[in-house]
Design a protein around this ligand. Structure first.
Ligand code: SF4
Length: 329
């Protein structure tokens, strides 16, 4: 029976069992904590139906002010280094930063963490401007069914995302996509996703579950069921054994993590880091990883890790301290 039919026939446990074996054989048992670092709260497009930024666009009169202070972005990167968290990507809405600014921030982050940065900055043709500071390019696909995609994200076409990723591959960058479950897709729509992963040669997929933001059409919609989410991830793992899979879990759904790890996730993301670090929620993340039989890279609880080293850039210290204080509180 094919993978999609297995999801439809509720054979999720079978899928998870197979996916778990494949994951351990291909990737081992290490799990990363991933953090997207946001560059700004503004997006020129602002019309994707689920997106928080679309609800903010009408309220932001001066987009420049929605940009984050660069030092606070770098301070966040420094805290990721200290805690062993990976930077999933730098993320920015359309029209917030110039290519040169993004490149400079990426270079600084590369200096801080020693690891090249992934970008998730919308559809761009300026990829040739980037160099060794960039690991890969992310296309925010959200939903791979073309018809649904056009309705939900009217201003960023799947063709343009695909074209950008193919160009990124030609330039030697790795390629990633993000997908949100719960936007109205069905298990059958996985065929579009699988085709895209295969045809474009995607190296990494991040799955998110819908976060129903206020003032969006999804405000009263449920998040996807835990076993549906697990089934989709497991089917993707079985179909693509070498793919890196990151799964997003909101703080109100931490119990999803264990099943997602058994389904093939290599990394966990989408946590409010400063709210959760060192709290019972941070501890819960570590327990979920432990009881999935996995080993966590980094820490979500060790407060000492936040303070044990200094940044090479003294200008960042006040910004770092502000975040450390938030974690300690
Ligand atoms: S393009 Fe991205 S940031 Fe802008 S509205 Fe759509 S999902 Fe949100």
């Amino acid at each position: 029976m094919n993978l999609i039919n297995k999801i439809k026939n509720f054979e999720t446990l079978d899928l998870m069992q197979e996916a778990n074996k494949i994951t351990l054989a291909e990737h081992g048992n290490k799990i990363t904590l991933e953090r997207a670092i946001f560059l700004s709260w503004w997006c020129d497009k602002g019309d994707c139906l689920f997106c928080y930024m679309s609800s903010q666009k009408p309220k932001i009169k001066e987009p420049q002010k929605a940009r984050r202070n660069v030092n606070s972005i770098l301070a966040e990167a420094e805290l990721c280094r200290r805690t062993g968290m990976k930077i999933e990507f730098l993320s920015g809405g359309y029209g917030s930063y110039s290519t040169e600014e993004i490149r400079n921030i990426s270079r600084e982050i590369y200096r801080i963490t020693g690891e090249p940065v992934w970008l998730n900055i919308g559809i761009t043709k300026d990829l040739e401007e980037y160099g060794e500071e960039i690991a890969g390019i992310t296309g925010a696909v959200e939903v791979a069914n073309p018809e649904l995609h056009d309705k939900i994200c009217p201003s960023k076409s799947l063709e343009d995302i695909t074209e950008m990723l193919e160009f990124a591959g030609d330039l030697g960058f790795q390629k990633a996509i993000t997908v949100i479950l719960g936007l109205g897709e069905t298990p059958d729509d996985l065929k579009y996703l699988f085709d895209m992963i295969e045809n474009v040669g995607i190296d990494r997929v991040t799955f998110y579950s819908l976060n129903p933001h206020k003032e969006t059409v999804y405000e009263n919609e449920p998040q996807p069921a835990s076993l549906y989410y697990a089934g989709v991830v497991a089917a993707t793992r079985i179909k693509f054994p070498k793919l890196k899979i990151i799964t997003g879990t909101w703080i109100d759904n931490l119990a999803n993590m264990g099943p997602l790890l058994l389904s093939g996730a290599n990394g966990l993301t989408k946590f409010p880091l400063f709210k959760m670090f060192g709290t019972r929620y941070g501890k819960r993340v570590e327990k979920e990883v432990y009881w999935a039989g996995r080993e966590l890279i980094g820490t979500f609880t060790d407060i000492d890790a936040l303070t044990k080293s200094k940044s090479k850039n003294p200008e960042l210290e006040p910004f770092i301290q502000r975040y450390v204080n938030k974690c300690i509180k």
